[in-house]
Ligand binder design. Structure first.
Ligand SMILES: [Zn+2]
Ligand SMILES: [Zn+2]
Length: 306
């Protein structure tokens, strides 16, 4: 099989860790923009996008603490089949996108289009938490990707994983990139874990400049994680070869009813080569450790069988 896939492991450059979805006191977060920047920098992040509701926080007055700050905004808009709003993260925008938040009468496509007009990229946030159906997502075009995992939705509501939305889109021929983000809002409530520095993307960028990071993200040169590290992805004559930090299982998720999970019974695994199955149109990889932490690749699209 031959695949179309932007492979970060063969692309030149450096690995950079970042979070593309964060709130501050400029909307409903509890940390100020500077406190959020300080916190992520202290935890080893290379880039961060502050994406407050309804406003773009200007990063220039902030001390970036060595991080690259990607200006962003989250927009709540539209009316889904369930009567809920879509949440759209607009990253790398030049100015606030002036759409009235929670306006049910506006088309969510407008938020995506206005983001693209500013040279930014749109991510469909937490579709599971939002109560979105696949049909709600299929009517949109021009966005870059979908959140497969959202920390805040997970730790506060138990609706953080949107993998089935993404697989439904992929099965229908859409090609969303796959993002894990924190959607950090605030300090943990009693008996609840923190929603900061839990989920991130690892981007292979030419260098640590805003332009290079955005360019690499747009090309799909990244993977997402809440813990495990991916070490290599290679297309061999025997199949897709993946190497990871020690994990409990490696899963090749594919076209409905196909794909395969690999796990050793009594030990951790660090690599596997998946030969693929007839009829698969895409394959994406999840590597999960014993504590429920996961690494996700973007989808690899089958383009031929030889
Ligand atoms: Zn949201
Ligand atoms: Zn958010």
């Amino acid at each position: 099989m031959k695949f179309e896939y932007s492979n970060p492991f063969t692309a030149p450059g450096i690995w950079l860790k970042g979070n593309l979805h964060t709130h501050t006191t400029k909307s409903d977060g509890v940390r100020t923009p500077q406190e959020v920047v300080d916190h992520y920098s202290l935890n080893g992040y290379d880039f961060l996008s502050i994406t407050d509701h309804g406003t773009r926080v200007d990063p220039r007055p902030l001390d970036n603490r060595g991080m690259v700050l990607i200006p962003g905004q989250e927009i709540s808009i539209g009316n889904s089949l369930a009567g809920t709003t879509y949440h759209i993260v607009a990253a790398n925008i030049q100015e606030t996108i002036k759409i009235h938040d929670f306006d049910h009468t506006q088309d969510p496509q407008r938020a995506i289009d206005l983001t693209a007009e500013q040279g930014g990229f749109a991510i469909l946030a937490h579709p599971y938490w939002s109560g979105l159906h696949t049909q709600d997502l299929l009517r949109l075009i021009g966005y870059l990707g979908v959140e497969i995992y959202n920390t805040s939705c997970d730790v506060y509501r138990g609706t953080g994983y949107s993998n089935s939305h993404i697989d439904a889109l992929l099965a229908c021929g859409s090609r969303p990139l796959i993002f894990a983000t924190d959607d950090h809002h605030g300090e943990p409530e009693p008996m609840k874990p923190s929603d900061a520095c839990v989920a991130w993307i690892m981007v292979k960028a030419r260098d640590k400049r805003l332009k290079s990071i955005v360019e690499a993200i747009k090309m799909g040169l990244f993977y997402s994680s809440t813990g495990p590290t991916l070490k290599n992805i290679e297309f061999k004559s025997e199949g897709i070869h993946v190497e990871t930090s020690p994990v409990r299982h490696i899963t090749f998720i594919s076209t409905p009813s196909l794909g395969s999970r690999f796990a050793a019974n009594d030990t951790l695994v660090t690599e596997y080569t998946y030969p693929g199955r007839r009829g698969e149109t895409y394959v994406r990889i999840e590597a999960a450790d014993g504590d429920g932490r996961v690494a996700w690749t973007n989808a690899m699209h089958v383009v031929g069988t030889s």
